[in-house]
Design a protein around this ligand. Structure first.
Ligand code: ZN
Ligand code: MN
Length: 496
C-alpha cells in the first residue's frame, strides 16, 4: 500500500482528503550536570560503578537524613541558562514531586515546580528558525530499575540524586528535522559551556517529545508524549512516525482511533510508537515545597562569575571562522561541532599562522583518525598529535621540505605513534629533492623521445609539461620538488 500522506516542507498533505496538516511539537531534555558529586549528598557521580556502591543514607532516602544543596550544580545550571540567553531567577525553590516507584527510594523526587531557577531564552538554529525555551529547572535523577532479569527487577541507586537540568521548549518545533537541529545545537552549547558531557550513550542527555497535529488554520489538538528516545536520530524517526500515525487516525474519521492524551514509547527496532500509559487527567504528583532545603538564591556576583566562565559558543565561533579566517560554512561547521576540535583547530591556526591549512589537515586527516579503530582515540585530546606537532607538519609542507602527499603519510605516522613530524620525515627519507643536478638528470631522462611534447611547450602550451612532470616524480620516488621540476623542464626545452 502506498503512503496516503505526502509531505511538502513543514506541511503534511493527506492525499485522499487534500487536508493540509501542521505539526506542533515541544521538547523536554534532561541533561546531567558535570559535577563531581551528587545534588544533595557527597556521593560521587560515576557511570559504570558496581551497583549501589555510590550511595549513602541521603541518596537512598533513609529516614532522618537531610539534603544539602551542591553549589557547583547551581553554578553549572546558571551557566547553561546564560548560554541560552535565559533569565535566572534571583529566588527559586525546590519542591517534592511525589510518586511511588522502586527506583525512587524517598517516594518523591526533589525538583522545581512553580518557581524554576530559569525561564525564557532560546536557541537559533542554523536554518534560521528560533526555538524558544519555556523554562529550565534543577532536579535530582532517579535510580535505575533493571527489568530484563526474568521475573526479578533489580534496583541500582548509583544514579539516584545525580544533578540534572530539565529544559522545556515552547511548542515551536514544526518538523522532525528541526527537532534534530535543536538537540544538536543544545548539546553543542551544553558541552561547550562545560555544563554537561551530554553523552547519550551514558544517559547524560535524555529527550522526550510532545507532539500533536492539526489541519492548517485550525486550533491545536490532543498532544501525545513520546519517551524512550536514546538518540537524536531516534527522536526524528519517532516524530516522523508519530506525525503520520496521528494524521492517519484523524483522516480515518473513526473517533475510536483518534489520538488520546497519553505517553507512548518509541520502539527503535520495529520503528513504531506504542502506548505506555494514558493520561486522562494530568499526572497528580501532589507537589509541595521541599521543607528540608532553603530557597535557591542567585545574586549579581554569582551571575557575573558564571558569565565570565562562559566560552565563545559554537554559533559565534562558526561565524568568526568564516568572517575572520576565511573558512567555508561547511568547514566552520565541521570544526566547531566539538569544542575540543575547535580549540585544537584554533591553536593550530595560531601556531602555524595558516588557518586554511590547519582546517584542511584537521578536517581531512585528524578527524578521520578519530573514527578509525586503528588509532584508539575517540576525542581529539586523546590523540598523540598536539597543535604544535601539526603546525610543525604544516610548516614542512608549506616550506617545501616535503610534498603534500608525503605530508599525508607523515600525519598518519604521527597519529599512530606521536613521533614528531621532522623525525618521521627523516626516518622515512621523505624530504623533497632540491638538488638541481639530480633534478636536471631526471628531467633529461623524461624528455627522451618526447619531441612532440617539447614542440607543444615551445609553441606556448605550458599545460603539456604535465605529461613530463609525472615521470620525473615517479623517478624520484615522489620526492622531487614539482615546482622546480616544472621550471627545469621548461628551461631545458626552450634551451634545447
Ligand atoms: Zn549519597
Ligand atoms: Mn524531570
Amino acid at each position: 500500500m502506498t503512503d496516503p500522506i505526502e509531505r511538502e516542507g513543514d506541511v503534511w498533505i493527506a492525499r485522499a482528503s487534500g487536508t493540509r496538516w501542521r505539526v506542533v511539537c515541544g521538547l523536554e531534555v534532561h541533561a546531567q550536570l558535570r559535577t563531581v558529586t551528587k545534588l544533595f549528598c557527597g556521593c560521587p557521580v560515576e557511570f559504570g560503578a558496581p551497583p549501589n556502591s555510590r550511595t549513602c543514607p541521603v541518596c537512598t532516602g533513609q529516614p532522618g537524613t537531610l539534603p544539602v544543596m551542591n553549589e557547583e550544580a547551581l553554578a553549572l545550571g546558571v551557566r547553561a541558562a546564560l548560554a541560552v540567553g535565559a533569565d535566572v531567577a534571583p529566588w527559586s525553590k525546590f519542591d517534592r514531586k511525589n510518586y511511588f516507584y522502586c527506583d525512587i527510594p524517598k517516594n518523591y523526587q526533589i525538583s522545581q515546580f512553580d518557581r524554576p531557577y530559569c525561564t525564557g531564552g532560546g536557541i537559533d538554529l542554523p536554518s534560521g528558525r528560533r526555538i524558544r525555551l519555556h523554562r529550565i529547572h534543577l532536579e535530582e535523577d532517579a535510580g535505575k530499575a533493571i527489568h530484563d532479569r526474568g521475573t526479578t527487577t533489580l534496583v541500582d541507586l548509583n544514579r539516584a540524586g545525580t544533578p540534572l537540568i530539565e529544559s522545556v521548549t515552547e511548542a515551536d518545533v514544526t518538523t522532525p528535522e528541526e527537532a534534530f537541529e535543536y538537540l544538536t545545537a543544545l548539546k553543542e552549547i551544553l558541552t561547550y559551556a562545560g555544563v554537561s558531557n551530554a553523552d547519550m550513550e551514558k544517559g547524560e542527555l535524555r529527550c522526550d517529545v510532545n507532539v500533536s497535529v492539526h489541519p492548517e488554520g485550525e486550533g491545536w489538538r490532543t498532544k501525545v508524549e513520546v519517551k524512550n528516545l536514546n538518540s537524536f536520530r531516534n527522536v526524528a524517526a519517532a516524530l516522523e512516525h508519530e506525525i503520520v500515525r496521528q494524521i492517519a487516525a484523524y483522516e480515518s474519521g473513526d473517533e475510536a482511533r483518534f489520538p488520546v492524551q497519553e505517553t507512548r514509547l518509541w520502539d527503535a527496532d520495529k520503528l513504531v510508537t506504542r502506548s505506555m500509559r494514558s493520561k486522562e487527567a494530568a499526572d497528580d504528583y501532589r507537589y509541595f515545597a521541599e521543607p528540608d532545603l532553603p530557597p535557591v538564591t542567585v545574586d549579581e556576583a554569582f551571575l557575573e562569575r558564571e558569565r565570565a566562565l562562559l566560552p565563545e559558543l559554537p554559533a559565534a565561533r562558526r561565524a568568526r571562522y568564516q568572517r575572520e579566517l576565511g573558512l567555508s560554512e561547511y568547514d566552520a561547521g565541521v570544526l566547531t561541532a566539538d569544542r575540543g576540535v575547535a580549540d585544537f583547530f584554533e591553536a593550530t591556526a595560531r601556531l602555524s599562522g595558516r588557518p586554511k591549512d590547519a582546517a584542511n589537515w584537521i578536517a581531512n586527516e585528524v578527524l578521520r583518525a578519530l573514527g578509525d579503530d586503528e588509532f584508539a582515540a575517540t576525542t581529539v585530546d586523546e590523540l598523540p598529535v598536539r597543535p604544535h606537532d601539526l603546525s610543525e607538519l604544516i610548516a614542512l609542507v608549506t616550506g617545501g621540505t616535503i610534498h603534500t602527499k608525503a605530508g599525508r603519510q607523515v600525519i598518519r605516522e604521527m597519529l599512530a605513534t606521536g613521533e614528531p613530524a621532522g623525525e618521521v620525515v627523516a626516518r622515512l627519507g621523505l624530504e623533497q629533492v632540491e638538488d638541481e643536478g639530480q633534478l636536471e638528470a631526471w628531467c633529461r631522462d623524461a624528455l627522451v623521445g618526447k619531441d612532440a611534447i617539447a614542440e607543444d611547450v615551445r609553441a606556448g602550451k605550458d599545460k603539456a609539461l604535465g605529461a613530463l612532470i609525472g615521470p620525473v616524480m615517479q623517478a624520484s620516488g615522489g620526492k622531487a620538488n614539482p615546482q622546480k621540476v616544472r621550471e627545469i623542464l621548461k628551461r631545458l626545452i626552450l634551451e634545447g
